[in-house]
Structures are given as structure tokens and as C-alpha cells.
Write a new protein. Structure first.
Ligand SMILES: Nc1ncnc2c1ncn2[C@@H]1O[C@H](COP(=O)(O)OP(=O)(O)OP(=O)(O)O)[C@@H](O)[C@H]1O
Ligand SMILES: [Mg+2]
Length: 324
């Protein structure tokens, strides 16, 4: 069956719930999104990570039917965001990165407006409004004017709006931006609990570590191109991260330096504070080979300590911070 075929009535779509296929978007001579492809299975959280101007918002807006691609396709539950936007909208909640101004509206009126615009009526509307207020912790703020809300409260309201029609898919564009540490932890909990209810979630951020814990898989994007994707561990491993090592030997520092400098995987070799510091390209096996080489040369190793690249180091290394 073609992915854009209608979903059969009464059965749940079993393919990828979100799919981008060779997605491209040009703005004049700027290619904001450059052949981006990935899939997100049901009930999982995909983190979309990249620096300013990487193309996150543009691709999320295309998926959410708010923008058209120059080439490629985007699907929600197998339905094309380009060819069938109305059916996609009913399945999807989008939380934009900026919040419009609604000067004289309070939270309850705001959510009620969106509930009505999604066609919710009667008891169903009351039930959904109540659920969203409780889930986002907005009940106590129901009659507070939106202009009086703090950033964190606005984020909750915006998430509530995205959830009002109980969509299967959530697209959250930098939901953690501007939140304090406690609110970030709370957001993580909310996102995981939505995934546990089988919602499929695409969430963006500039910061890999911010998303690493809550995402099943991540994609790293820069200048419109997806540079890496997979679980955080896969990304760490496939990018052949270098790891920093320091060694303290009982005398024979020069001999150890000579030996290490002859090994192909060793680089940035130097002595600091009476310890030998270096980096190795490779995995645990390579690290073991280096240690064995020292032992085989009968060099007295007193300490051998390795430090993996942090996630943030990996991110900074593979993205070059180029802004277009
Ligand atoms: N409407 C537009 N007109 C012209 N250029 C645009 C438009 N929207 C986006 N761009 C350009 O497309 C590129 C990608 O922008 P986008 O907003 O998708 O990036 P982003 O990853 O969301 O960045 P940020 O982290 O700053 O939100 C940028 O170079 C941006 O200037
Ligand atoms: Mg953006």
C-alpha cells in the first residue's frame, strides 16, 4: 500500500507514525532543509537537535502543514502533510517556539477557543478541557489572563493547546527554552508520560543533553542536513568518538611516550603534571590494545584513566556551529 493511501477505517496505522522522506525547503538561495529523512515509530520520542538556523522549525512546520516543501515528502500516520493537510491536522498537535499575544484572554477561554476550533462540542469539550487543565497543572490558573503568565506557565498553556484534541502525534518546537531546571524536569516527565500513552513525539532543542534522557532516538541537524541519527549510544559509537586518557607510570616516561607515539590511534600526546595525557580514536577494544602495548613493553603503569567524550562534546564536534 502506498504510504499516502488513506488509513483503513477501524485499524491503527502500523507503519512509522512520523516520516520525512528526502525533505527539502529553499528560501531564496538558502537551503533551509536539505534531503532530511527519518521515521518515528508509535509511542516513541524523537529528539531533533541542532544549532540556530539548522532547519528544525522549518521541517517541523512542513510536517505540521504550515509550510510547503520544495521537494520531498512528510507523512503523519501515512497521510501526506502536503496533499492531505486537513486529515494530518486532526491527528497532530503543534507547539510552536513562540507564543502569540492574546491580550485579554484567560487560560480557560484560550483553551476553549481551540477546543471549539477543533470541533469539540458538549460534554466531550468539557471533558477534554478538564483533562488538559489537570494534565498540564493549569487548573489553578484557569481564569488568569494570559498576559500575566510567566514563561513556564505559557509553555504549559501552549502544550495544553497542542493536546486539546487528543492528537496521536505531538510536534514540540523547543518546549524547554526559557524554563527553569525544575520546570525542565517536569516537562521531561510530561513528555515521557505522553509517550507511555502511545503518543508519538518529535521534540526539538539546541542542547543534546537536555533531550538525551527523554528521547528514544535523536537526529542531529545542521545547515539543513541530518548529520547523525539513532539512539544516543549509537550516535556516540558510530561517530567513533575519541576518548581522553591519562597514564601515570613508575619512571620510564620517555619510553612510554615513544611507545605511545608509535601507535596509530594515539594523538595529542603530551606530559602534564607528571602524567602522560593523550586521546585515542576508537572503542573499548582499542583502549585495551593500548594498555596491553604498555604492559608488553614492561612499563610500570600505576594509573590508566579514560574519560569518554561527553554528549555535548560529541554534538559540538559533529556540528561546526555554522550559521546560514
Ligand atoms: N520564512 C523564511 N524566509 C526566509 N528564510 C527563512 C524563513 N524561515 C526560515 N528561514 C531560514 O531557514 C534556515 C533554517 O531556519 P529554521 O528556523 O528552520 O532553523 P532552526 O533550526 O529552527 O533554528 P533556531 O534554533 O534558531 O530556531 C535559516 O537560515 C533561516 O534564516
Ligand atoms: Mg527554530
Amino acid at each position: 500500500m502506498d504510504a499516502s493511501d488513506p488509513k483503513p477505517v477501524g485499524t491503527e496505522w502500523t507503519g512509522p507514525v512520523i516520516e520525512l522522506r528526502g525533505l527539502c525547503r529553499d528560501f531564496g538561495s538558502t537551503r533551509a532543509v536539505d534531503h532530511v529523512s527519518f521515521e518515528v515509530p508509535r509511542g516513541s520520542v524523537f529528539g531533533y537537535i541542532g544549532p540556530n538556523g539548522a532547519g528544525k522549525t522549518t521541517s517541523m512546520r512542513i510536517l505540521s502543514t504550515l509550510e510547503l516543501p520544495t521537494a520531498g515528502e512528510a507523512f503523519v500516520e501515512g497521510i501526506s502533510s502536503v496533499n492531505d493537510p486537513d486529515r494530518v491536522r486532526s491527528r497532530l498537535g503543534f507547539m510552536p517556539d513562540s507564543f502569540g499575544t492574546y491580550a485579554d484572554t484567560n487560560c480557560a477561554e484560550y483553551l476553549d477557543f481551540f477546543a471549539r476550533s477543533y470541533g469539540l462540542v458538549g460534554r466531550e469539550r468539557t471533558r477534554r478541557l478538564r483533562w488538559v487543565m489537570d494534565f498540564t497543572g493549569l487548573r489553578a490558573l484557569a481564569y488568569k489572563p494570559i498576559r500575566g503568565l510567566s514563561k513556564g506557565m505559557r509553555q504549559r498553556l501552549c502544550l495544553g493547546r497542542a493536546l486539546i484534541h487528543d492528537p496521536a502525534v505531538l510536534i514540540l518546537d523547543e518546549p524547554a527554552a526559557g524554563l527553569d531546571p525544575r520546570a525542565r524536569i517536569e516537562l521531561r516527565r510530561i513528555i515521557r508520560s505522553l509517550a507511555a500513552e502511545n503518543k508519538t513525539i518529535l521534540v526539538s532543542s539546541h542542547i543534546l543533553t537536555e533531550l538525551a534522557e527523554m528521547c528514544d532516538r535523536v537526529g542531529i541537524i545542521e545547515q539543513g542536513r541530518l548529520l547523525a541519527r539513532g539512539t544516543v549510544e549509537e550516535i556516540r559509537n558510530t561517530l567513533a568518538p575519541s576518548r581522553d586518557i591519562f597514564v601515570r607510570v613508575a619512571g620510564g616516561t620517555e619510553e612510554a611516550m615513544n611507545l605511545l607515539s608509535s601507535l596509530a590511534s594515539v594523538h595529542d600526546l603530551r606530559v602534564e603534571d607528571a602524567r602522560i595525557h593523550f586521546s585515542i580514536d576508537g572503542d573499548d577494544d582499542e583502549q585495551i590494545r593500548v594498555l596491553h602495548a604498555l604492559a608488553d613493553a614492561r612499563i610500570g603503569v600505576l594509573e590508566f584513566v579514560s574519560k569518554d567524550e561527553t554528549l555535548e562534546d560529541v554534538f559540538l564536534r559533529i556540528t561546526q556551529g555554522r550559521v546560514q
